[in-house]
Design a binder for this molecule. Structure first.
Ligand SMILES: Cc1ncc(COP(=O)(O)O)c(C=O)c1O
Length: 388
């Protein structure tokens, strides 16, 4: 046999019998665009769309299916699909559920790229977006149109952490047959149950807490039975491929999610309370603190808080002073994303369409990681010295 042919046939995949004998505690991962059929008859069934097995990489390989089932179970939904990132989960959901001529409502404090997708892509398909106040509730009633098809919420919203009144919104949307979608990445299904509050579709950027190690991107969409067929069909025809290794890491992350989240919550609250008492700090923007304007809504709907929050300073420091403060931090990395083991800091002013409590103010956002919170406080304290 020619060496090339030999090499090609060397690493046969394990037979089912071997796989059953070797029961590693974690699932194997598969790599494959091509998935071999056992015989011509199966190929013929697949050609006719009647094959029951997995026929191709985009048909969702086994580890992806396990990850989706774990998330579906955790969310308490009817169907979950994994996407290669959180933003991919979001944009695909928006495309799956809307059509030309539709109108959608999106909260003003939504993750920036979600808003940008609505403004720069959905408009091409003649789908109009109205941005609703960041702490919207039943007031959305006035913004509904006859062609309003979908409401997209993110609570607490990105960077400024306002909380929407989800039950008030879903009470209206249900009466009008409007689908509601929630980006629930901040609370995870552990600290907020979207379906219990009437939401139809729950999205996670599993890049954050679910995988927890800032080393990959992954997203999930979970629906109620009502929207399961729409998502399933859209996923099938768009042939999304979500890498098996990432799904494996998603599954692994789920094992320690409750422990990690509890630690993120505890450390973030310790630091938030310490900042609240700090003479340089003006507002600490953390939904679990009683000073947060929608704290009562958070307390009613959420069962915990995570490790991402923000604060503002009393003084209006110059860019140079802010740079001195941030560049001198030893433990906080300067970088996007959150939910990982390492503490991170970002700072920006946020333009909103609706009146904002933080207009013109630099909002310092902290992702509190898994370091000792006393060390993180000390680091921030040392950094503040550079603000003189
Ligand atoms: C609230 C929220 N949703 C979605 C995303 C997008 O997730 P990903 O980075 O996995 O695309 C992010 C990313 O920062 C986010 O903060």
């Amino acid at each position: 046999m020619n060496k090339t042919t030999r090499l090609i046939n060397l690493s046969e995949p394990a037979t089912n019998e071997t796989a059953q004998q070797l029961r590693t505690i974690n699932p194997p991962t598969y790599r494959g665009s091509t998935v071999l059929f056992s015989n011509y008859e199966d190929l013929t069934l697949s050609n006719a769309g009647k094959y029951e097995g997995i026929s191709y990489g985009t048909d969702r390989l086994p580890t992806q299916r396990l990850f989706e089932e774990a998330i579906r179970d955790l969310e308490g939904g009817a169907l979950t699909r994994a996407f290669p990132s959180g933003i991919s989960a979001i944009t695909n959901t928006l495309l799956a559920l809307t059509k030309a001529g539709d109108h959608i409502l999106v909260c003003d404090n939504v993750y920036g790229p979600t808003a940008r997708f609505c403004k720069e892509v959905l408009t091409h398909y003649n789908i109009e977006t109205t941005f609703i106040p960041p702490a919207a509730g039943q007031d959305i009633d006035q913004l509904l149109q006859d062609n309003t098809r979908l409401i997209f919420l993110e609570s607490p919203g990105s960077n400024t952490f306002e909380i929407q009144d989800i039950p008030a919104i879903t009470a209206i949307s249900r009466r009008r047959g409007i689908v509601t979608v929630l980006d629930n990445t901040w609370a995870t299904p552990l600290y907020l149950d979207p379906f219990a509050l009437g939401i139809d579709i729950s999205i996670q950027s599993a890049t954050k807490y679910i995988t927890g190690h800032s080393d990959l991107l992954l997203g999930t969409v979970t629906t109620t039975a009502e929207y399961a067929e729409v998502l399933q069909h859209f996923y099938r025809v768009t042939e999304t491929y979500t890498p098996e290794d990432d799904c494996y890491n998603g599954l692994r992350g789920l094992k320690t999610l409750p422990l990690r989240l509890r630690q993120h919550e505890q450390s973030a609250l310790e630091i938030a309370r310490w900042l609240e008492a700090h003479p340089r700090v003006d507002q600490v923007i953390h939904p679990a603190l009683p000073c947060h304007p929608e704290h009562h809504v958070w307390k009613r709907d959420f069962s915990g808080s995570s490790g991402l929050f923000a604060f503002t300073f009393k003084s209006d420091y110059s860019e140079t002073q802010l740079a001195e403060f941030i560049n001198h931090l030893q433990l906080f990395g300067i970088g996007y994303s959150w939910g990982g083991f390492k503490s991170l800091i970002t700072a920006a002013k946020y333009d909103r369409l609706h009146p904002s409590r933080y207009a013109g103010k630099t909002v310092i956002r902290l992702n509190i990681g898994l370091e000792d919170s006393a060390d993180l406080q000390e680091d921030l304290s040392s950094g503040f010295e550079y603000l003189k």
